[in-house]
Design a binder for this molecule. Structure first.
Ligand code: F6R
Length: 248
């Protein structure tokens, strides 16, 4: 997997924001929508902050952007402090001119018998929009992309996923302890991610170094779902020197 290593997360994030901005403008000049797959978590925050700055200072418009987020905890109310819906509004959507209705986050409020139908529709909406032009990813310490935990298959679709203990432990502080942390999430599948025409994965810090090494240099394996990106013809890892420290 092509890997760009930056001295720090800030410089790396600016480069990724620039690529996204260039894509949005290119699609604008063609009179087309720009279909983005977006991630939450700490890794993309500076990318979003830079996109907001470009909107304010450089006139970057999001009017042609249509977005689909990777995942949402289940169950989850959109207005909860920990919801990914709220995260995206606070970190990006409320600060740019993306039309309401153009952005989509999996619905954590559905009754359990409605999730499969919703998941199908979510993928159908992405396809109807023309497919993802660009997918932004973070990576879990266990190799998850979206919430495709280890064991997820390469042909998996959008679905309800049981979260790994390590994933729940990483989120526990946000929820006021492990017992209050959700056990499930709705996530785009591995195949939904691999169908994007461009995939950029971000990783910062030493904690991600072992899993980055596995994903880039190891075998393609369900034990490290990010390794599936080795099979994508246009994927890029953008990482800092700490996350790169175990690459050989
Ligand atoms: C979030 C997501 C997750 C995170 C991953 C890394 O939408 O899909 O896969 O990208 O857990 O999280 P951070 O960036 O907080 O280390």
């Amino acid at each position: 997997i092509p890997t760009h290593i930056y001295a720090d997360a800030k410089a790396a994030s600016l480069a990724v924001a620039q690529e996204i901005a260039d894509l949005i403008r290119q699609k604008q000049s063609e009179g087309k929508p720009c279909i983005l797959g977006l991630a939450t978590g700490s890794s993309p925050k500076t990318v979003y902050a830079e996109l907001i700055r470009m909107h304010r200072e450089e006139g970057l418009s999001f009017r042609n952007v249509v977005s689909f987020n990777l995942d949402e905890y289940y169950p989850m109310e959109p207005n909860s402090l920990q919801s990914y819906w709220r995260f995206m509004r606070e970190q990006l959507f409320d600060h740019v001119d993306i039309p309401q209705g153009n952005y989509h986050v999996p619905d954590g409020t559905l009754s359990v018998d409605k999730v499969a139908e919703f998941s199908k529709q979510y993928e159908a909406q992405i396809e109807a929009a023309g497919g993802l032009d660009f997918q932004l990813l973070g990576i879990g310490g266990n190799g998850h992309i979206g919430f495709n935990e280890p064991g997820s298959l390469i042909n998996s679709h959008t679905r309800l996923m049981m979260l790994d203990n390590s994933t729940r432990a990483a989120a526990a502080a946000d929820f006021g302890g492990l017992p209050k942390t959700p056990r499930k999430a709705i996530t785009m599948g591995v195949s939904s991610i691999l169908n994007a025409r461009r995939v950029v994965l971000l990783a910062w810090g030493e904690r991600k170094a072992p899993v980055i090494r596995g994903a880039v240099e190891g075998l393609v394996t369900e034990l490290n779902p990010a390794s599936y990106l080795q099979t994508h013809r246009n994927a890029l890892f953008v990482i800092d020197t700490a996350a790169a420290s175990e690459l050989t």
